[in-house]
Design a protein around this ligand. Sequence first.
Ligand SMILES: [Zn+2]
Length: 167
Amino acid sequence: MLFLFLSPLIVKLLRFVFQTIALLNIYRNPQNSSQSADGLRCAVSDVEMQEHYDEFFEEVFTEMEEKYGEVEEMNVCDNLGDHLVGNVYVKFRREEDAEKAVIDLNNRWFNGQPIHAELSPVTDFREACCRQYEMGECTRGGFCNFMHLKPISRELRRELYGRRRKK
Ligand SMILES: [Zn+2]
């Protein structure tokens, strides 16, 4: 009986401990899609791919901060396995912002696709990511079960994360 009274409160508390949200399958790596589309050699150069990625990253990052609140860290998976492909993880400074973002984002669209957002228990990306990938030597490739966090360019990193250190 007591449990019945408490459970809505527990649910509420549980929901509020998440700082991170996951946007599922939202980033499309142009190198992967051009490869699978025609089966031929990839037509997108590494430089173009990085530019495309930086643009995507900046757009999402800026929108998250403007609409929902300060972002502590954002990461994008470059994996190919179904549960990780194109996932974007946004860690907010405040749990309330993460909560607000998930509710709102599930009613929105990105690039002609409905967004699927959920709260994620990941807070320490160093723990969840693949060390070998960071060193450029993961032999499991895109189907590795650890997160392959795609790095943004140094310039963009400085621009997005650098400005808050001055505050
Ligand atoms: Zn790996």
